[in-house]
Design a protein around this ligand. Structure first.
Ligand code: ATP
Ligand code: MG
Length: 478
């Protein structure tokens, strides 16, 4: 994986880089060539003007022919050019040109060029072959005048080689620079890809380990802010969540098996006792009552488990309806028959009578039954259970407080966990699977609400939850 990723990165980079450098050097050399030739043209023009001055001086007898030739030689030396000064007669130009061409043995371009020069135009050619010099040359031709009349032409030939070697020199420097940058970039890309692919390989390995159920340590990211770093963080979170889910699944199954095993064992014991005639006839109705209670408990337990599974898988839908909380609570409290079950335990309620809420009424009942049954179960008579409802800006806050045994501070953080029962309740006769609060929490959260608990051992417990008013939806029953 590393190799292929690295080579892909490198190839892509090199292609882009070479194309960029090629385009850059082509543009540079084009600009540079233009610049060099225009500078050359300017220099040759200056040289030509100097020669023109000398020719005029010679014609006016101010300097000798030797002096003229010497000064032309020195201008030619400085300009790195060969200079010819021609005296031409405009009228018989054609013949003279032929002669000139033979004499100078220069290219055939000279005839039209001389024509132009004699018309007063300057001619500049960037590349032309000179037989005389046996090389490519830059050509510059200009007229010279005497008494305001064009008398001839000054021709300069300067070898192109020097200009070309300057351009080649520049190419060389550009490509050397490009090569150095390429080597540097390859090293940088190599180091980066090595770091990046290290994280990717670690994730690949960890994913394979996870799939085979092996424990996996967190992966370290090279830079946690870039995409790979964020992927590594997401991977670590996903891994922790998977491990959590797996642990929860195991605990859940273990919990269910344990919770079902206890009542089934006791039922089996009683049935066997009856079968073997160990239970006196008079006690059989009592035993059957126990069997009935245990069976009911198992049915409610399996019901709770099913609810939890549905809530977790997200397949449980809310059936929203508008209902008056006061009425709903009064009905729920009434159905508990607290007076008969625990004389001396009072259940009171403070609730605004006109408070209407839009929520799933069955779920609300389920939450309340769980909280109330806990309060009743864990409060000995004489005692008091207080249900209080507060109006919120959007929805309601409901709390159930009791004067029961309370929960030790170190156990409080765990009461919402699945199958968690405090030490005290585990050892007491108050049967329960430890699912009630977990289910209540899941149901409250399904409504978008929050749930909390405050408790003091020996004083009492208060559990509250909020129930936000659900917005109008198509699934509304009413
Ligand atoms: P289940 O509700 O599944 O029948 P349960 O009542 O034991 O069993 P939860 O309702 O989840 O389980 O409660 C978890 C634990 O929290 C209880 O076992 C109990 O120890 C403690 N608890 C809950 N409510 C109270 C309360 N009102 N007073 C004291 N302890 C409580
Ligand atoms: Mg309970």
């Amino acid at each position: 994986m590393f190799k292929s990723m690295f080579s892909k990165l490198l190839t892509g980079y090199l292609i882009i880089f070479v194309l960029t450098v090629a385009a850059f050097s082509a543009a540079m050399s084009f600009i540079y060539q233009g610049f060099v030739f225009s500078e050359k043209e300017k220099a040759l023009a200056l040289g030509g003007q100097e020669v023109r001055r000398q020719i005029v001086a010679f014609k006016q007898g101010e300097i000798s022919r030797e002096e003229l030739e010497t000064s032309m030689d020195s201008v030619g030396y400085v300009m790195d050019s060969r200079i010819y000064a021609l005296e031409l007669n405009k009228d018989s130009l054609q013949q003279q040109m032929q002669m000139t061409e033979d004499n100078l043995s220069v290219s055939s371009n000279l005839i039209p060029d001389l024509g132009k020069i004699m018309e007063g135009t300057k001619v500049f050619r960037k590349r032309e072959y000179s037989q005389d010099l046996d090389s490519y040359v830059v050509f510059y031709g200009m007229p010279w005048e005497l008494d305001g009349e064009i008398k001839g032409a000054i021709l300069q030939y300067s070898p192109v080689e020097k200009i070309r070697s300057g351009i080649l020199d520049m190419y060389y420097q550009i490509w050397m620079l490009a090569a150095a940058v390429t080597v540097f970039s390859v090293v940088v890309i190599y180091l980066f890809s090595a770091k990046t692919s290290k994280s990717l390989r670690a994730m690949e390995k960890a994913a394979a380990q996870l799939a085979s159920g092996e424990p996996v340590a967190d992966i370290q990211a090279f830079d946690s802010r870039d995409e790979i770093g964020r992927l590594v963080t997401a991977f670590n979170t996903m891994k922790q969540r998977l491990v959590q889910i797996e642990t929860m699944r195991r605990d859940f199954i273990a919990g269910i098996s344990h919770e079902l095993r206890t009542p089934l064992t006791s039922i089996l014991g009683f049935v066997q006792g009856i079968q073997d005639g160990l239970v006196p006839k008079s006690e059989i109705p009592g035993v059957l009552k126990i069997i009935q209670d245990e069976t009911r408990r198992m049915i409610s337990l399996t019901g709770e488990i099913l609810d939890l599974v549905k809530l977790e898988s997200g397949t449980s839908e809310l059936y929203l309806e508008r209902f008056r909380i006061f009425e709903a609570l009064a009905f729920i409290i009434g159905s508990l028959h607290v007076n008969e079950k625990k004389p001396g335990l009072t259940v009171e309620m403070i609730c605004p009578e006109d408070l209407i809420i839009r929520a799933d009424a069955d779920r609300f009942r389920q939450i309340m039954l769980n909280l109330l049954s806990n309060a009743i179960k864990y409060t000995d008579a004489p005692g008091q259970v207080m249900v209080e409802v507060e109006r919120l800006e959007r929805g309601a806050k409901i709390s159930v407080a009791d004067t029961g045994c309370g929960i030790e501070a170190d156990e409080l953080p765990f009461v919402f966990e699945r199958f968690y029962r405090t030490d005290k309740s585990r050892h007491s006769s108050t049967g329960g699977a430890g699912l009630g609060l977990n289910l209540a929490k899941a149901l409250v959260e399904q409504h978008g609400g929050a749930i909390g608990i405050e408790s003091e051992a020996g004083v009492g417990t208060r559990i509250w939850f909020t129930l936000p008013d659900q917005e109008d939806q198509a699934s509304d029953k009413v």
